[in-house]
Design a protein around this ligand. Structure first.
Ligand SMILES: NC(=O)c1ccc[n+]([C@@H]2O[C@H](COP(=O)([O-])OP(=O)(O)OC[C@H]3O[C@@H](n4cnc5c(N)ncnc54)[C@H](O)[C@@H]3O)[C@@H](O)[C@H]2O)c1
Length: 369
């Protein structure tokens, strides 16, 4: 097979995170990079050894020789750029989240279904070693009937909202769960065959202002309760604004056969308690299950991959996209799964505006023409 010719937009920002995955995959040739920053564009062109560089995405689409694009621009560009690339028949790997509104989400589904190109959401946390291990344990029935999960994303990120202003607009300039996919992505893999079909969302009020003295539209801690089609319960908290140390991601999972708790602080271990005869409910380190349950893609991970984000998650998300193009099979996070982890956040914005009312989350599979 000829090498896949890839163009990267937003190449100087998040795009650079794909330098190792793209340059170590001999199925890939980065033919073009695009970024509005002249200095960044130059840096990215050198990093990816790309033949061409562009300041305008549409110039890249029409002038470069491309089979695929990686979209690593701010959130407001994800759907317009994905749709334009899909209409050109290109394969698309797009950064998270998938869309900004239900209307954009529908537009994206229509474009994917009418295109010869494939679409994958680049949700790298789905590929984290520990979260994949938990998914394997769930799939093997070790946690029994899994019925409850709690997750948190606490990033203490006010400064970052000023460094990249699109985040001030789209992440904390809206009220609700505005960045859900890093949590809902891995977590929904622990509820196989299920999806979130309704949410209720509330917040803790406003206690901080931005450097201009303006209040954030987002409340400081926002909590979403979600029920799945199979009537399981998920509770998720997003906190970007509170003055406190960041703690990244926290998860808890409960089933009839056991439970899982992610490490609360650095230095702690992920732990699991199983109700079977051998374990008798005692806490064990999650790593004790690696020998039996670590997925193949993690066993075969090249050493260089651990230098990429999520200790290899960025490498695996990219590799999965290339595998899908090469084999012609469905990508590991297709548009429907990508929207299953995006839409609850969008609907939470409506719920919080309606004083926590439960609101249905649409199933994007039902939008098919
Ligand atoms: N999956 C992850 O772990 C992860 C991590 C960080 C960011 N992201 C996502 O990646 C995206 C970008 O985030 P970021 O932190 O790189 O943002 P950023 O603002 O730091 O950088 C974005 C880059 O895109 C360029 N750009 C902006 N508009 C453009 C346009 N119209 N055409 C071409 N280039 C353009 C900018 O010059 C910049 O180099 C966001 O959607 C974010 O959510 C994902």
């Amino acid at each position: 097979m000829d090498r896949i010719r890839l163009g990267i937009v937003g190449a100087a920002g998040r795009g650079i995170a794909y330098e190792i995955p793209a340059s170590t995959d001999d199925r890939i040739e980065v033919t073009a990079v695009c970024d509005v920053s002249p200095e960044g564009r130059h840096r990215a062109q050198e990093a990816f050894d790309a033949a061409q560089s562009f300041s305008d995405f549409h110039d890249m689409l029409w002038e470069a020789d491309l089979d695929a694009v990686l979209i690593a621009t701010p959130k407001e560009h994800h759907v317009p750029q994905s749709v334009a690339a899909l209409e050109r028949g290109l394969h698309v790997l797009c950064e998270v989240p998938a869309a900004r509104s239900l209307e954009e989400a529908k537009e994206l589904v229509r474009a994917v279904e009418s295109s010869d190109g494939t679409f994958m959401l680049a949700e790298n946390d789905v590929f984290r070693r520990a979260w994949m291990l938990v998914a394997e344990l769930v799939a093997d029935g070790r946690l029994g009937d899994v019925y409850y999960a709690r997750s948190e994303r606490i990033t203490s990120g006010k400064e970052k909202m000023e460094r990249s202003r699109w985040r001030r607009t789209w992440r904390v300039g809206r009220n609700g769960i505005t960045y859900p996919t890093h949590n809902l992505g891995p977590l929904l893999r622990w509820f196989p065959g299920d999806r979130i079909d309704r949410v209720a969302c509330s917040g803790s009020g406003h206690h901080y202002t931005d450097p201009r003295g303006e209040g954030y539209e987002q409340e400081d801690s926002v909590v979403m309760m979600a029920k799945t089609e199979q009537d399981h319960l998920i509770v998720h908290r997003q906190d970007i604004l509170s003055d406190r140390p960041a703690c990244g991601y926290r998860f808890e999972l409960q089933g009839t056969g056991g439970c899982f708790e992610s490490a609360a602080h650095s230095g702690d271990e992920h732990r699991i308690s199983l109700q079977d005869e051998d374990a008798d409910g005692q806490w064990q380190s999650l790593t004790a299950f690696e020998a039996a349950y670590l997925p193949e893609m993690w066993r075969e991970l090249p050493a260089v991959a651990s230098q990429t984000g999520r200790n290899g998650g960025d490498y695996l998300v990219f590799q999965s996209f290339v595998d899908a193009i090469e084999s012609g099979s469905s990508p590991s996070i297709d548009v429907y799964e990508g929207l299953d982890m995006t839409l609850p956040g969008l609907v939470s914005e409506r719920s919080i505006a309606a004083d926590g009312e439960w609101i249905d989350v649409p199933d994007p599979r039902e939008w098919s023409a």
